[in-house]
Write a protein that binds this ligand. Structure first.
Ligand SMILES: [Zn+2]
Length: 409
């Protein structure tokens, strides 16, 4: 039996029980009592309220222990929905998910590019509205919009401090602007953190598990979930794994340091290395600033197909990431790492293999416990999906430390 959920408010107890139903998938009231340490009478009262609110559904009976037949419960997936928007230079991805985090509708729109936020926000609202309508989702069931954005944020989470591609976004309050345009609560978080909370919600990871998600798009980011909530650090800028120094005398990085993971292993380096090795013509690489992701994907696809010269390029990137993950694991004592994001879509297996090998061989805690590494099942939409589940998590299972309750306004 776990520690009883004492000393918390009724709302927090409800939240914790709902989270146990989420992570359990299908559970009985008796199991919930065992897992939470609460009495069966308390569980019955809480579940009754959730049935009234439509958050959970009874799905028949099961007999798992040989005792009396027990009514089984699960999330009532269709009762609530959330929207997620991943803002990216080249593409904006929209998803609508149900309460279980299943994507019920998806669309891609033009990227934010160099457009001013004042021009982008009305388009986001219109495209989101189209998606919700075409999916046949009842607007009243929509709990809010999550936005996944790259770049640094200020400590109030409300501003994109530095979208490197468009300085107009620097002091723009997208939460307020998009909330006004959609009439829905909006929450903004960086893409790595969104990816992490998406894995947590959809992957049914229990609140007791501490884990990290490495997100790779143009650069690397790390999202951390501890104790069932996002870990944000002092200013919501936790997880800058891209600027972990792997070679103090290495090539200079734009951050001011040298030999950062980003300059040694990110898509820009992958493309430069492939061009240096004469692969531009054969793989159709453009080698321009605006085509880094597309070019890098071409190298990754060739590597995944076993191309003799492209494979070592990706393997070099993977070796650097794997060593960075050993350091991160040593620092945080992680039990689980998930690789997510479009950068892993084509050649994720190569990164996975290297990370597993290095962690098994070099992790400081390897004799105590393994650190499992896996690939996200939703790499190309993981930020948008995560942004949507962040809304669900913030509204329904916020746990004790979540600072995202502004959503409830
Ligand atoms: Zn750096």
């Amino acid at each position: 039996m776990s520690k009883p959920l004492r000393g918390v408010t009724a709302a927090q107890t409800h939240s914790a029980i709902l989270d146990l139903i989420r992570s359990g998938g299908v559970v009985s009231r008796v199991e919930l009592a065992d897992l939470s340490g609460l009495t069966e009478a308390s569980i019955s009262r809480i579940v009754r309220q959730m049935l009234t609110d439509g958050l959970v559904a009874e799905i028949g009976t099961g007999d798992r222990t040989g005792g009396k037949r027990r009514t089984l419960l699960q999330l009532n997936a269709g009762s609530r929905h959330a929207a997620g928007v991943a803002l990216d230079f080249a593409r904006v991805t929209y998803v609508v998910t149900d309460l279980g985090g299943t994507v019920v509708a998806r669309a891609d729109g033009e990227g934010i590019g160099m457009a001013a936020p004042g021009d982008v926000v009305p388009r986001l609202a219109a495209e989101l509205d189209d998606l919700v309508s075409s999916a046949g989702v009842d607007r009243a069931s929509l709990m809010g919009v999550g936005v996944a954005a790259a770049g640094r944020q200020d400590s109030a989470h409300r501003v994109l401090r530095s979208n490197p591609n468009a300085s107009d976004w620097e002091l723009f309050d997208i939460e307020d602007a998009l909330s006004s345009a959609t009439g829905l609560p909006v929450v903004v978080e960086n893409d790595s953190t969104c990816a992490a909370i998406g894995e947590y919600w959809v992957g049914r990871i229990p609140a007791s598990a501490d884990f990290a998600t490495v997100y790779l798009a143009t650069g690397f980011g790390l999202g951390l979930v501890t104790g069932g909530d996002v870990y944000r650090g002092a200013s919501s800028n936790v997880g800058e794994i891209g600027h972990l120094v792997l070679d103090i005398d290495g090539p200079p990085c734009w951050c001011g340091s040298r030999g950062c993971l980003e300059v040694l292993a990110a898509p820009r380096r992958i493309v430069a290395l492939a061009i240096e090795r004469g692969l531009a013509g054969e793989l159709g690489l453009h080698g321009e600033e605006g085509t880094v992701r597309e070019d890098s994907d071409r190298v990754a696809r060739a590597a995944a197909a076993g191309h003799a010269e492209a494979l070592p390029v990706i393997e070099e990137s993977a070796r650097h990431l794997a060593r960075a993950l050993v350091s991160v694991t040593n620092l945080l004592d992680l039990g689980r790492i998930i690789l997510a994001g479009p950068g892993f879509a084509a050649a994720g297996e190569i990164y996975l293999r290297q990370a597993r090998e290095d962690l098994q061989r070099l992790s400081f805690v390897r004799a105590v416990h393994p650190t499992t590494v896996s690939l996200s099942a939703s790499s190309d939409v993981s930020a948008a999906l995560g942004a949507a589940t962040l809304v669900l998590h913030s509204r329904l299972t916020p746990h004790q430390t979540s600072s995202r309750l502004a959503l409830a306004r």
